[in-house]
Design a protein around this ligand. Structure first.
Ligand SMILES: Nc1ncnc2c1ncn2[C@@H]1O[C@H](COP(=O)(O)OP(=O)(O)OP(=O)(O)O)[C@@H](O)[C@H]1O
Ligand SMILES: [Mg+2]
Length: 267
């Protein structure tokens, strides 16, 4: 079965795109067939992070210029990308028919991939939430900054209350002081679990790693440039944890365009 994993944060600039790109590379190196979907519909940076120049992007699919299957570009033999345009006005918020079109077409690709990773834009707008809700697993990226974990809370609140998502996997990023951050995050997890009907599992806690910015300048994923870096080893551990964890019940792309989404979202 293809597993769809969504990465969201609410707050921008916390490392979502970096985590998705690098986890996609690691999984593909292990022989899994991986599709990365750049869900930052109008400010896509995944192609840049992976160091590829795609010929087509999601806007071309939505405009009917090309079928989604052909818009998917091979990055390596096991890693593919459905890119988003960067700086194109009009795709910030997808219409319901565009969203349904994407769910439907992505669902037809399912057989080709073991994993579909969706990298969302920042914000908690409807496009992010509805697309995130279609996943089997929900990775939330946050830092120890209150502005970041407040937004992470907001995403979990909406996904749990409107879409009955019950399990979240938390990645803590760019930590400057591991023990201090750990205390803040433990308290955040406790408060979240006592206020919302959710389980939040911390699956990774990453220090600030300057090599990520360096890798971006070289337009190469950091795990390819530095396979022995502590960051890379740690990220491999996160991949293994996600593989072990069960999927959210009743989820998956098909669930959405089948019409169930509207009945749940309006409850
Ligand atoms: N663990 C980290 N340590 C240091 N720098 C990091 C780390 N993770 C990401 N960065 C850097 O932070 C910047 C933002 O990262 P990234 O684009 O992955 O975040 P994002 O959450 O996807 O942002 P957006 O919300 O704008 O899409 C990049 O310059 C990246 O190199
Ligand atoms: Mg991003």
């Amino acid at each position: 079965m293809t597993k769809v994993i969504s990465y969201s944060s609410g707050k921008g600039g916390v490392g979502k795109t970096s985590f998705v790109a690098n986890m996609g590379v690691l999984w593909s190196q292990q022989g899994k067939k991986v599709l990365i979907v750049d869900g930052d519909w109008s400010l896509g940076k995944m192609a840049l992070t992976l160091g590829v120049k795609p010929q087509w992007a999601i806007n071309d699919v939505l405009d009917g210029k090309i079928a989604l299957r052909e818009a998917v570009q091979g990055v390596t033999s096991h890693l593919s990308l459905l890119a988003s345009p960067s700086g194109l006005v009009g795709y910030e918020e997808l219409s319901e028919s565009h969203r349904n079109q994407l769910y439907y077409e992505l669902d037809t690709l399912k057989e080709d991939y073991d994993l579909i990773l969706i990298d969302h834009s920042s914000g908690v707008h409807w496009g992010v939430i509805q697309f995130a809700a279609a996943a089997h697993q929900h990775v939330i990226v946050t830092t120890a900054e209150p502005t970041s974990y407040m937004d992470a809370y907001a995403i979990m609140k909406i996904l749990s209350q409107r879409f009955k998502v019950r399990n979240f996997q938390l990645i803590v990023a760019m930590s400057q002081n591991l023990s201090e951050t750990q205390k803040i995050i433990e308290r955040f997890v406790d408060i979240t679990q006592s206020h919302l009907d959710v389980r939040v599992l911390e699956i990774g806690h990453f220090s600030f790693e300057p090599k990520l910015a360096e890798a971006l300048r070289h337009q190469k994923p950091v795990v390819s440039l530095y396979p022995n870096l502590a960051f890379t080893e740690q990220l491999l551990g996160v991949c293994k944890t996600l593989e072990r964890l069960p999927c959210e019940k009743g989820s998956g792309l098909k669930f959405f365009y089948s019409g169930n989404i509207n009945s749940i979202a309006t409850r």
